[in-house]
Design a protein around this ligand. Structure first.
Ligand SMILES: *Cc1c(COP(=O)(O)O)cnc(C)c1O
Ligand SMILES: [Zn+2]
Length: 568
């Protein structure tokens, strides 16, 4: 059975609701944080049966599918994410005198960071919702991960990054065929711009931690850590594992917006509810000193975080200046279960980066090194004790795309007209300056419209993806001939890509109907078909279409050059 019993509820008033595309707020209380809940009692009743079943499943995060927010398996978008190794920090442990330090090696995700978990779940959920275009703001790694997964899902991605994101990362995003918009401002401003853009284009906006997908994705870290620690045995006595999942004493992570630790908390809460954990680890959230709103506010005992307006760090990945509610949630949890929010300097991070590479053969990006620098400090200060079991999220390693592959023009620059940013303003609410609207308009330069008439979902995703990655086309789709004709009448596309075998009205009839209509006659048609055409059928199309491509035997470049020739 692949229909899953999960519910999506408002975090504040627990009302269950499906959000409207442009109005994500709860209809009851106006809250904009949502959460997924599952049937915990029935999993608990299964006792050991569930962990035993899980232990025999695929080595991806989908092994926990009963606790993931997807209804149908066919909507999974997967690149083999999750189930990353839990490595013992042998030499580092010896050096620090701490024998129980483990490294959760998230560098080994498909795009090299733990954002692959988020992308896998969020993009699968989008696919299930039928979303074809999405806007997201990122400090770098979300952009790369989403770009890869959206490519597979046939979703067009608009990424808003700050100019401080390393150019190698932006190039990687562009390589996957996404639109990269470089905002000359802070990450919090880029988020606002992405929201404005989505609202003005009526596109889906990925809201990160506020919607359920990201937290659901990050909680799989907790599941894996508990399951993998259960398989660890005493160094000196090889003993078969007793199959019990284990909770570490500490979870250490470099923190920007706080999605990772919030997910890990939820993971251990769920494991406790189904009887696989007896509590939660203490959280060590480590920020970078030049942008440490959570650590600074925590040190001062503040209930809400004071935003950092001008991040002063070279570690762009961690430059979230306005943590908002994530801070309150993390602080409350730490007050209840122990832990700390602390910070390190850029310099401390760079030194830790070298130590980790030299001592244990693990090369990480600077943001990840922030967690290790924090670990070193907390051990030195005696906050983390030698007998405690510690898991550090080794959050990322990037593989830069070499410069000569894409040239210089893979991103567009966007200067911000002087604007005051309303804190947490609802999407598209406050009036925006005229200059911004024009700038947002310029970001999307697509004018050519293409209609795809295709009943096979895989074929239409393939064609859509080829067009999306090109960047230049507005795409509409219909799944049968009759709906297709209506669509063509409504949108007056510049080009029609047509399948021949479709229910209701087949492709031949669509061609004939278009040619019989004065207003549609001039629209060029390219036929893409799996059908071997008979002489009579060829005759029916003769002179009426621009090109004929055989499914399964044309390349991206063939289709694009036919399209270029057909367009005015
Ligand atoms: C996103 C990211 C972080 C911070 O994660 P949050 O849990 O969202 O604060 C840390 N390290 C790397 C490599 C990241 O990509
Ligand atoms: Zn509510």
């Amino acid at each position: 059975m692949d229909l899953k019993p999960f519910r999506i509820i408002c975090r504040d008033c627990h009302t269950e609701y499906a959000p409207l595309r442009l109005r994500p707020e709860c209809p009851d209380c106006g809250g904009n944080w949502r959460e997924a809940i599952y049937d915990y009692p029935s999993l608990k009743r299964e006792g050991n049966a569930w962990p035993t079943a899980v232990s025999q499943r695929t080595s991806t995060l989908w092994r926990y599918h009963e606790l993931l927010p997807l209804r149908y398996q066919r909507n999974r978008v997967s690149l083999g994410e999750g189930w990353t190794p839990l490595l013992k920090a042998e030499n580092l442990g010896l050096m620090l005198g701490h024998p129980h330090i483990y490294i959760k090696d998230e560098r080994q995700g498909p795009t090299g960071s733990f954002k692959d978990r988020q992308a896998a779940i969020a993009v699968s959920v989008m696919k299930e919702m039928g979303i074809k275009e999405v806007a997201v703001a990122s400090t770098g790694n979300v952009a790369i991960a989403y770009a890869a997964y959206c490519a597979r899902a046939g979703i067009k991605l608009w990424v808003f990054v700050t100019s401080s994101v390393p150019v190698e990362k932006m190039r990687e995003v562009a390589l996957y065929g996404s639109e990269v918009i470089k905002v000359a401002g802070t990450y919090d401003q880029a988020k606002q711009i992405a929201a404005d853009f989505a609202a003005s284009k009526q596109l889906f906006l990925d809201r990160g931690v506020k919607d359920f997908a990201a937290v659901e994705a990050m909680k799989t870290l907790a599941f894996e850590i508990a399951e993998q620690l259960g398989q660890e045995r005493d160094d000196n006595h090889w003993q078969p594992s007793d199959g019990r999942w284990r909770t570490p004493d500490w979870y250490v992570q470099a923190v920007s917006g706080g999605m990772g630790p919030l997910g890990v908390i939820k993971g251990f809460v769920e494991l406790s509810r189904i009887g696989l954990a007896s509590g939660q680890p203490k959280l060590a959230c480590v920020q970078v000193g030049g942008c440490a709103p959570m650590a600074d506010s925590f040190a001062q005992g503040l209930e809400t975080a004071v935003p950092v307006e001008n991040p002063m760090t070279d570690i762009a990945t961690l430059a979230t200046g306005k943590p908002g509610r994530a801070y309150q949630l993390l602080r409350e949890n730490i007050q209840q279960h122990g832990g700390i929010i602390t910070s390190v300097t850029d310099g401390e991070a760079f030194r830790a980066l070298q130590v980790l590479a030299q001592m244990d053969g693990i090369s990480v990006e600077p943001a990840t090194a922030v967690a290790f620098a924090g670990l070193f400090n907390l051990i030195r200060e005696g906050v983390i004790q030698p007998h405690e079991t510690v898991v550090v999220n080794c959050s990322g390693h990037t593989f830069p795309v070499e410069k000569h592959i894409l040239g210089e023009h893979f991103a567009r620059d966007m200067a911000l007209p002087n604007m005051a940013l309303a804190d947490e303003a609802p999407v598209g609410d406050a009036p925006r300056p005229e200059g911004l609207l024009t700038a947002l308009e310029d970001v999307d330069s697509r004018v050519q419209r293409i209609a795809i008439l295709e009943d096979n979902a895989d074929s239409s995703r393939l064609i859509r993806r080829i067009l999306q990655a090109q960047g230049e086309f507005l795409i509409d789709e219909a799944v049968d001939g009759r709906a297709g004709l209506d669509l063509i009448r409504q949108t007056r596309p510049n080009l029609v890509l047509l399948d021949l075998m479709m229910p209701d009205l087949d492709g031949f009839s669509v061609v004939e109907a278009m040619k019989a209509d004065e207003t549609l006659r001039h629209i060029p048609i390219i036929v893409i078909t799996a059908k071997e055409l008979s002489a009579i059928e060829r005759q029916r199309l003769n002179g009426k279409i621009r090109a004929l491509l055989q499914k399964g035997s044309f390349m991206v470049s063939d289709l694009l050059s036919d399209i270029q020739q057909a367009l005015p």
